[in-house]
Design a protein around this ligand. Structure first.
Ligand code: GDP
Ligand code: IMO
Ligand code: MG
Length: 424
């Protein structure tokens, strides 16, 4: 069975936890988009892992891990991640495969990200400053890009790097009045990356097709969420990759029809980090309650996440374009203690009600939320493992979400640990 797990909101839905659970019955886990902007948390017993580039299956010894073409790889972050798992006696030797065609995020990308955001002032996107946008721009621009496979021929890489750094320095100086960077130290770092990463580099498309022919079960792991998708999200307040499930086929070279199941992950409320419209945002005591109870601070940047009510219009859109079969609804435990809960099921725009999410932010920012109000529950539910043992109001809340989205909720998160999950 092949399954694609991806986010239905603006990221941080709990994908890492779901991928960790499902990787127990998968042979291979594949990260298909994004880069070190992602932060996927896996909690096993007393150990908490924050994974940025490795697929969340990495924490299970024996699971094969693949980083596919569309992932942009910062080797500093990747090597640190490999090292930190090794310190916990988790080895990736002979079970990590990195696409030769994935692009490299280098120091000048992170610098460009920082300079560009700083220059935008109040118009900034609020990126993670992980160099994602500049690296993806270089990839699409083609002439000034380096890929993982370029680490195989260091002489060629040195010449290419020189032309890239010359070009970047002109940009840095002209646009930002910034000091030039020097190609020498970046080349030395690339040499070190090559020494460490070459054993992992392969043609991952060939490997994955062979694995499918051998009937291996593959789990595809998306980063970010559908509403941050470069083509289908709330542009320009998005990331630079196709972070919906639509990015999976192009990101790995695997047709969507080879995937048996698309599992969308959503929180039982909504969060967002960085700038951009957020119709159900509660910049008040409700938002603060959710932030504190849910520990809503970024895994990658530590920023406080913006919090708000569940937006069924947005999630239904993500489920529709993402071909979702079922939903994992996370953080239901966080809502315990709120007297009333609201679900937004329609937007009022241009004097009419619509339940189709407008990804265009000029229209989205006009949207007025139409809410259904439901009674909350007071009991803590972190120890509940059977849906029928949940308080009636919690069951009702989940069922109303299912009705609004028109898809079944098959997994429910009631805490960060692997075991704190209700399977339906
Ligand atoms: P991801 O980027 O989608 O993998 O999500 P993050 O790891 O960035 O953020 C999710 C956070 O919620 C992490 O700290 C998880 O440990 C935690 N988490 C996941 N599922 C649940 C849940 O059902 N309840 C609670 N309380 N925490 C959860
Ligand atoms: P995971 O995989 C939440 C957001 C940033 C910013 C926008 C663009 O953990 O769910 P970028 O650095 O990508 O250019 O930033 O996208 N963003 C995320 N928000 N979770 C993520 O990843 C994110 N990755 C990027 O906050 O608003
Ligand atoms: Mg995250």
């Amino acid at each position: 069975m092949n399954c694609c797990v991806f986010g239905l909101q603006w990221g941080d839905e709990g994908k890492g936890k779901i991928v960790d659970i499902l990787s127990g019955s998968s042979d291979i886990v594949v990260r298909y988009n994004g880069g070190a902007n992602a932060g996927h948390t896996v909690v096993i017993g007393e150990n908490s892992f924050a994974l940025h580039l490795l697929p969340s299956g990495a924490v299970r010894p024996g699971t094969i891990c693949v980083i596919s073409n569309a992932v942009v790889i910062d080797p500093d972050v990747l090597l640190e991640e490999i090292l930190s798992l090794a310190e916990k006696n988790i080895s990736l030797k002979e079970r990590l495969f990195i696409s030769e065609n994935a692009h490299l995020v280098l120091d000048y990308h992170k610098r460009e990200d920082r300079l560009r955001e700083a220059s935008l002032g109040s118009n900034k996107i609020g990126t993670t400053i992980r160099g994602i946008g500049p690296c993806c721009a270089d990839k699409v621009g083609r002439s000034f890009a380096l890929r993982v496979g370029d680490l195989r021929d260091l002489n060629k890489l040195r010449a290419k790097l020189k032309s890239i750094v010359d070009y970047k320095n002109k940009l840095f100086s002209a646009l930002f009045g910034a000091e030039p960077v020097s190609a020498g130290p970046i080349y030395e770092k690339c040499k070190a990356y090559a020494g460490k990463l070459l054993p992992f580099i392969i043609d991952t498309t060939e490997f994955l097709h062979k694995s499918i022919a051998e009937e291996k079960s593959i789990l595809f792991e998306g980063a970010q969420g559908t509403l941050l998708d470069i083509d289908h999200g709330t542009f320009p307040y998005v990331t630079s990759s196709n972070s919906s499930s639509l990015g999976m086929p192009s990101g790995c070279g695997i047709p969507a029809k080879m995937v048996d199941k698309f599992l969308g992950v959503a929180k039982a409320y909504t969060t967002r980090v960085g700038a951009g419209p957020f119709p159900t945002e509660q910049d008040n005591e409700v938002g603060q309650y959710i932030r504190v109870e849910g520990g809503e601070y970024g895994t990658t940047t530590g920023r406080a996440r913006r919090c708000g009510w569940f937006d069924a219009v947005a999630v239904k859109y993500s489920a529709t374009i993402g071909s979702v079969n079922s939903i994992a609804l996370m953080h239901l435990d966080t809502l315990a203690g709120l007297k009333e809960l609201k679900i937004c099921y329609e937007y009022k725009m241009d004097d009419r009600n619509s339940s189709f999410f407008p990804a265009n932010i000029d229209r989205l920012s006009q949207a007025e939320c139409i809410y259904e109000t439901l009674p909350g529950w007071g009991e803590q539910i972190s120890e509940v493992r059977d849906f029928n043992d949940l308080p009636a109001n919690a069951r009702n809340y989940v069922c109303r979400i299912e009705e609004h989205i028109g898809k079944p909720v098959t997994m429910i998160g009631v805490g960060p640990k692997r075991s704190q999950t209700i399977m339906r």
